[in-house]
Each structure stands twice: as C-alpha cells, then as structure tokens.
Design a protein around this ligand. Sequence first.
Ligand code: NAP
Length: 472
Amino acid sequence: MKQHLWINGEKVESTNYYQLKSPYSEELLADVATATEENVKAAILAAENAFSTWRETPAFQRAEILENLVSLLKEQREECAKIIAQEAAKPLKTARAEVDRTIMTYLFAAQEARRIHGETIPLDAAPGGENRVTYTVREPIGVIAAITPFNFPMNLVAHKVGPALAAGNTVVLKPASQTPLSAYKIAELLHEAGLPKGVLNVVTGSGRVVGDVLMKDDRVKMITFTGSPEVGKHIRENAGLKRVTLELGSNSALIIDENTDIDAIIPRVVTGAFSFQGQVCISIQRIYVHQSLFEKFVDAFTRETAKLKIGDPLDETTDLSAMISLGDVDRAKSWIEDAVGNGATLAYGNETDKGVLKPTILLNVPSTEKISCQEVFAPVVHVNTFNDFSEALEKVNDSEYGLQAGVYTSNLQRAFQAVKQLHVGGVMINDIPTFRVDHMPYGGVKLSGMGREGIKYAIEEMTEIKLVSFKL
Ligand code: NAP
C-alpha cells in the first residue's frame, strides 16, 4: 500500500516514500510519503486559505462534524485498533482502549466547541473605568502545527486536532514517522464527517525537515508538540514569537507509604509500570516504598509481573510486545547494565528477544543512574526504599522532570503534605501516576513541558482573548 500525503482534502503524491514496518514482525505495512519542503508549504497554504471560512463556521456546525467523527470511530473501532497495534506494536487490548479514549477526546471536543466564551469585566473597579460595558471573546489563533509522538498515535493526535478544530483553527499535522497510518485514518474519517478541505492537512517525513519548515513559516501561529524534551527544547528555541505548548517526557515516581495494602495495589502498579512496554509518558519508572514493606512489595510485584504475556500485538491475550525500535532496546539494556554495574540489584527480567525487552525490575538504584534520573521509556522499573515520608517526597522531586506523581498513603496529613510539596503537574493520591482521563488538565513542569492539554485547557492555549469595551 502507498500512503500519500493529505493536503487540501486530497491525497497528494510525494517524490519519495519510506518503508513503514511493524516493530514486532518487521512486516512491511506501507510505503509512506516523505514530505518535501514544498509539500509542507502547500499544506500550510491550504490551512491558511481554509482558516477564513472555518473560523466563521458556527460552533454548532463545527461540533456536528466532530460528532460525526465520533460515530465513524465507533463504527470502525476494530479497524482503528488494528492500525495502532500494527504500526506501534501496541497490544490489541491496549490499542482498543486507546481508540475508546480517542472517541472520548473528540466527544469532549464537540461539547467544548459549543461553549467557548469570554467574560464580562467590571471596569469601573478602577478609577477611570466608569460608564463602560466590557467583555472578552476568545478567537481562534489561525494555522496550528501539531507534532505528535508514536506512543498514543491516535489519542494524542485527537488532543491537538480536536480542540484546534473545535476552536475554529486549521491544522497542519506531522505525526511520528513510525505511526503515520492512524493519523491519515483520522484525516480521511474527518473528511467523511464533513470537514471542509484544507482545515486538516497531514504531512509525514523527517521530523527535522518538516519541523524546520513549520517553525520558520510566519503563517503558522502556534506549535503544539508532544514528544521528547530534546525536540521540545529545539522547537521552543526556534519558534520565535509563535505560541508553543510542549508536552514532554518524565521519569514518573510512585510513593508507597507504610500501612498500604500491598495486595490491593499490585495489579495497578504492574499496569502503570509495563503498559505498552513502559512507553507511556507517565509510566511508573521509580518506586519508593516504605522500608517496612520492601520485601513484601518486591515479592508480590515480581510475581505479578511474571504473569504478563509477551508476544504478537495482534494476539488478543498479549500484554507486552516489541519496543518501538531495536535501538531503544539497546539503549534500555545498556542503562540497566550500567545500573547493575554501579550497585543496583536485578530482581527480574533484563532478557531480550529481538525487539522485545522482558519487563525488568531493579532494586536499590543510585539516583545518579540514567535508568533513574533520565526517562527510560521502556519496561524497566526500579524499587528503592525510604524511612521518612519527607525523604520520599524529596526523592520524587530530585528529578529534572515533573509530569505526574502517585502516592499511596492512608495518612491524610501526609497526603496533603505530598500535594503541597511535590513539584509536578498532577498528584494522584492513592493511585499510580499513570492516570489520565481526557478532559482533565494534563501537562508538566520543569523538563516535562509547558502548557496544558485536556480539551477545555487546550482550547485556552489555542485561542486569543480579545477585549471589547463600549463607552456609554
Ligand atoms: P520524539 O522523538 O521527540 O518525536 C516526537 C515528534 O517530533 C515526531 O513526530 C518526530 O518526528 C518529531 N520530530 C523529531 N525531530 C524533530 C525536529 N527537529 N523538529 C520538529 N519535530 C521533530 O518523541 P517520540 O519518541 O515519538 O515520543 C516519546 C516521547 O514523547 C517521550 O519523551 C514521551 O515522554 C513523550 N510524550 C509526552 C507526553 C505528554 O503528554 N507529556 C505524551 C506522550 C509522549 P519523527 O518521528 O519523524 O522523528
């Protein structure tokens, strides 16, 4: 199959195509278009031309198109899940969950499209402000460039395309090179749902080439990026005065305080650590467990992890499959070996089979090890201990990242202490950090990024406030 670009509501051929292969089976999935600079510029032009009409399209019509997309996604749930499973090696049951979340995200976008509003401001609160009727309106920003990662190829596209369209913006979307098919699928479905030509354009190819054109072009008013901190920083430094939101990585931590019911939390901890091979931005990477529970926790955690079924992502029973690339397997392996060389204990895993890295549990890892202080983005977790709760909070905060943190504790005082002291975008009390529903404000501090997603919050980022004042 040849996957062409999607520009101005049409499939557009490119001069070059790359081979997209399944990370698990290495089967050829498609020849995917590599956009040239001219292709990207054509996509920006199409988005710019479509903007003047789309911004004037009434909210109820924008909402209806998004609702039509929701219906189409429900009908084609299985096909969409299969696309994700193949291109990302995401186990089918996890891929289905992603499609279900994508449906929710577009549903929220349709709902939010109907309630974008400003506020009335009592200007007479200041001397000189008397005798005026003053209010704000939220206006779309224009052409938005959306750059997305491989790990939630459908739902993270939805988190950008959904709010952008709801607010009356037009979009040039650059999906990750390993996961373009789910993005093209959305473009086709949106077209079928009634989206006018040029409102959404999809261009694939080298992140650097496409990204550079998007960053340099003045017609692009905003870049919304989800991906690694390295690329995020590069975008921030080169985007000039464009608005930028960055949803970046993390090395998320979980605290397990004394008196926690270990048996009750274990299945959830295993899910948070190893879902989609740990390639989730809020995957549990660091676990700090109270000294008194260490042995019990490690024993139960290891036993439950050993039950995970490893294999073909298209197999209904698979829990864990190949990582996104062999290079990432090698990187994770070398970090594990460094940690073990520097005093950590290997409790489970560290075996590979082609693209698969078996879930791996390390104990007592020095905080200076890459496997602890950098984002591993692999099925590797480490368990360290603490004696004093404040010490556990300090360990969580001892990170360049700050996306979300989880704290299991039955002590209310400590729960509020954690809420106050943890420097992250979201604190989950009595849950793992790997928690997200799609309308909550989501985003990080420090190297984990800037700005928030979660439809309503993304719409705030993707609109401009205009003040209107009538002098009476
Ligand atoms: P990545 O390598 O940074 O790639 C993300 C996107 O950026 C891809 O579309 C990539 O294109 C593109 N890109 C690469 N170089 C670029 C450049 N110079 N200019 C502009 N765009 C460029 O990240 P990934 O490996 O796909 O995803 C994993 C990362 O995403 C992890 O760090 C994870 O934590 C983070 N993430 C964060 C969140 C969140 O909400 N905070 C959610 C999910 C993932 P190519 O594929 O063509 O290189």
